[in-house]
Design a protein around this ligand. Sequence first.
Ligand SMILES: Cc1ncc(COP(=O)(O)O)c(C=O)c1O
Length: 407
Amino acid sequence: MNKEQYIESAEKTFYKTYNRFPVVFERGEGIHLYDTDGNEYLDFGAGIAVMGLGYNHPAYTKAMVEQAGKLMHTSNLFYNVPSITAAEKLLKVSGMDKVFFTNSGTEAIEGALKIARRYAYDKKQGAYEIIAMEHSFHGRSTGALAVTGNDHYREPFNPLLPGVKFAKFNDLDSVKALVNDKTCAIIMETVQGEGGIYPADPEFIAGVRKLCDEHDLIMILDEIQCGMARSGSMFAWQHYGVKPDVMTVAKALGNGFPVGAFLACGKASTAMVPGDHGTTYGGNPFAGAAADAVLDIFEKEDILGKVNEIAPYLEETLDRITAKYDCVKEHRGMGLIRGLEFHCPAGPVIRDALLNQKLVLIGAGANIIRFVPPLVISARTWTRWRSAWRRPSRRRPSSFISRGYRL
Ligand SMILES: Cc1ncc(COP(=O)(O)O)c(C=O)c1O
C-alpha cells in the first residue's frame, strides 16, 4: 500500500477522535523520523514529550529485545525483576517512598486521586473535594478528565467525578478561597503543558504546599509531561524546594513503551492497602524493562546534564525569534519544555513546517507551538536550525518557517 491508501484505510477503520496530519511514519533514528515515502523529518515533538532518548536508542532497543525474548508478562500476583530494579531507580531519583506502575499517564492520575480519597476516608471524615487548576490537563479517563481544567473536554461527559473545584493557576488566593473541611487534595501540573507551557511560580507552589500541610491535604504534582529531566531537573518540582505527597510520571519513563507511575511519600505512602487498587498489565516485566532501561541510560549518559547544556540554545533561539517577529507574542518554559506564543493561530505554521519543511512541531492551545524535543538533541542541531531563521516576513507566521528553515 502507498501512503494515500494507508490513510484511506485508517480513516475507514479507526474510531474517529483525531484529525491527523497526512503523514505515515515508519521508523525513527535519533531525533529524526522517516515516513513511508522515505522523507526525513527533524522532530521537535518527541511523540508529545515521550521520546526523551530519541528513536532507536541502541541500549534501550537492546534491553527491550532481550526482555521480549525472556518474559513479557506474569501479572501482579507475582514479583518480577525488571519492575523491582526500575522501582528502586525511580525512588532514588525522585526521593519518594513508594511507587505503583501504571500503563499510561491518565491511569497514574486515577491512582493519585484514589490515594487522596482513601487518605481522607480514613483520616478526614470522608472529605472528598479536590481542587484542580484552570487550563490544566491530566488525561482522558473520567477521573483524570474531571480534574482537567478545560470545559471543552469535560462538558460532553458530565457529570464526572463529584467534588472537583477549579482554582486559577499561580493565584494562591483563588486556591485558598476553595479550601474547606471537605477538601482532600490539590492537584496541579508543575509546568502546565497542554494548557500552553506555564511553569508554576515559586511562591505559588510553596503556598500550595503550606496550605496542604495546614489542612492535612494531599498535594499531587503531575509530572507526566514536564518530568524525567525535561525541565532541567529530574522532576520539575525539584527546582522549587517543595515535595509533593503524590506525584505522577509517564511519557518519557517508557521512551515509547507505555509506562506510567504514581509515587507517594510520607502520609500518602500507606493510604491504600491491599485490595484498594490493581492493574493487570501495570509493571509487567516488559514495561519494567522499559522503565529500567530508560532510568539506567539517563544515569549513564547524564541526560539531565545534557538538557541543561542544550536548553540555553533553545531559549536563546526563542528569544531571537520573539524579538524579531511581530507575529510572535512571547515564549516561556523551562529546560526543554517551552512554548512560543503567537498573536494568531499557530496551526498553519505547524502544518507548513511538517508538510513543507519536514519539521515536526506540536501545538499547545490554539496560538502556541510547544517545543518538547528528544532530550538527546545536540547543540549542533540547534545551531543549524537557529541559523535557518532568516529572511522572513515580519508578519506572516508561516512564511518565516517555509522561507527560513533549512537544514
Ligand atoms: C500533564 C499530563 N498529565 C496527564 C496526561 C495523560 O497522559 P496519557 O495520555 O498517557 O494518559 C498528559 C498527556 O498529555 C499530560 O500532559
